[in-house]
Design a protein around this ligand. Structure first.
Ligand code: SAH
Length: 401
């Protein structure tokens, strides 16, 4: 196995089990290491410290193990077995009421660069590193073994998640099986998953617990689900007994998916309507009371779950402004006594940043606001304690007087 040698003193973060090695930490390396190859990482004084996938970029090695061991199918089987065991313990796997969960959450499951979501008998696997792409067949074989035949189809979807510079010519497609059955269940609610064309792996599985909480606040409420995508929050609100549910997304495709999913659970239910519109424009057009002549609303339960406003650190300031603007609009428009579920899924926006942005929004709208719940990603998106960067989803449930 080829080796990489760190500069003197650059092993400190590895001693604390952080799984990334940045290019600046590397002193020299063996010749001709290929992207995606598994390498041994040595300290400057030639001691083994880790083993990982090599890649060209700012993160040059993603650590798979801090022990000397072969990275083979057996290695992946061990890691996947632990991941599956955790999901069974949480109660999201092996549960007839729920067939949707994240089985592997990258660094959170000690498999940096790999994401695996389960939708019933179909598993969607996504490589975010060249090394995981290289090992994909081995991982698929390991998955099949570990699930005891439960996973019949493995769809590989990495066209947009791998560095295009690596020129892997990657294609999406099935590594196992090939079923088109696309209905999965989350907490007893059905939805279509479009793993071929959908965003990410087809459905946002990270909001399951937060959707459940929303259900309990929905009775008799007039609900507005902004950035609805496949409508997850909408059908939970309907089951919770909402009076009306309006879903908004700028993408017509998302609106079609939302309508299809609502229909699947609540056929011909007139309480739901979906709008393909820009969120900010829609919020502008919400009436505040019955005398107001604006076309939509009023609402007393609003969900704000926008896409990541900041994908990189340099975009942070603008992102925070975006969160403030969006939340301010919702504060201005929500009925007295209303509830807001507001989220940020930008990894670079910290809990504190986000709370400050929402605080500014509340002050600018001059509303009395209380925090009822502080939300985060669910247990099947675990955070490796040595890798705090794995924390990304945060949310607040607010009471607006
Ligand atoms: N809440 C969803 C996930 C939201 S993903 C769930 O529970 O599954 C973010 C969504 O925001 C995407 O579907 C995207 O189409 C939509 N979006 C992005 N910009 C928008 C805008 N300006 N107005 C409305 N929707 C927007």
């Amino acid at each position: 196995m080829k080796r990489i040698y760190l500069k003197r003193g650059k092993e400190e973060s590895l001693k604390r089990f952080h799984p990334w090695i940045f290019s600046g930490a590397i002193g020299h390396s063996d010749d001709d290491i290929e992207e995606g190859e598994t390498v041994e990482v040595m300290t400057n004084d030639n001691k083994f410290i880790a083993i990982g996938h090599y890649q060209i970029g700012s993160i040059m090695v993603r650590v798979l193990s801090f022990e000397k061991e072969a990275i083979d199918q057996q290695f992946y089987e061990k890691r996947l077995a632990v991941a599956l065991d955790i999901r069974r313990k949480i109660g999201v796997a092996g549960n007839s009421n729920n067939s949707t969960y994240r089985l592997v959450h990258g660094e959170g499951d000690n498999l940096p660069g790999l994401v695996i979501d389960v939708y019933g008998k179909t598993v969607v696997m996504q490589a975010h590193s060249v090394g995981m792409h290289t090992d994909r067949e081995m991982i698929a074989a390991a998955l099949k073994n570990v699930s005891n035949g439960e996973f019949e189809n493995i769809y590989y979807k990495s066209e947009t998640t791998l560095p295009y510079k690596a020129e892997l010519g990657q294609e999406n497609g099935f590594l196992l099986g090939g079923s088109n059955e696309d209905i999965a269940i989350e907490n007893g609610l059905k939805f279509h998953v479009d793993w071929l064309r959908g965003q990410k792996t087809g459905f946002f599985v990270d909001q399951r617990d937060n959707r459940s909480l929303l259900e309990h606040y929905s009775k008799g409420r007039r609900v507005l689900n902004m950035f609805c995508y496949t409508g997850g929050f909408s059908f939970y609100a309907m089951r919770g007994g909402a009076e009306i549910v309006h879903s908004v997304d700028s993408s017509q495709k998302a609106i079609d998916l939302t309508n299809a999913n609502v229909e699947l659970n609540f056929p011909n239910d007139k309480r739901h309507k979906a709008f393909a519109e820009d969120a900010f424009k829609f919020l502008e057009n919400i009436k505040y009371d019955e005398k107001d002549t604006k076309p939509h609303g009023p609402y007393d339960l609003i969900i704000l779950d926008p896409p990541a406003f900041a994908k990189h650190k340099d975009a942070l300031r603008n992102a925070l402004k975006g969160y403030t603007k969006l939340n301010q609009k919702a504060f201005e428009k929500i009925l007295p006594g209303g509830i807001i579920f507001t989220f940020s899924c930008s990894q670079v926006v910290t809990k504190e940043n986000f709370r400050a942005a929402v605080f500014t929004a509340a002050a600018q709208a001059k509303r009395k606001v209380r925090i009822l719940h502080q939300l985060h990603q669910p247990a099947d998106h675990p955070i490796n304690i040595y890798h705090p960067e794995g924390e990304y989803l945060k949310g607040l449930v607010l009471y607006v007087e």
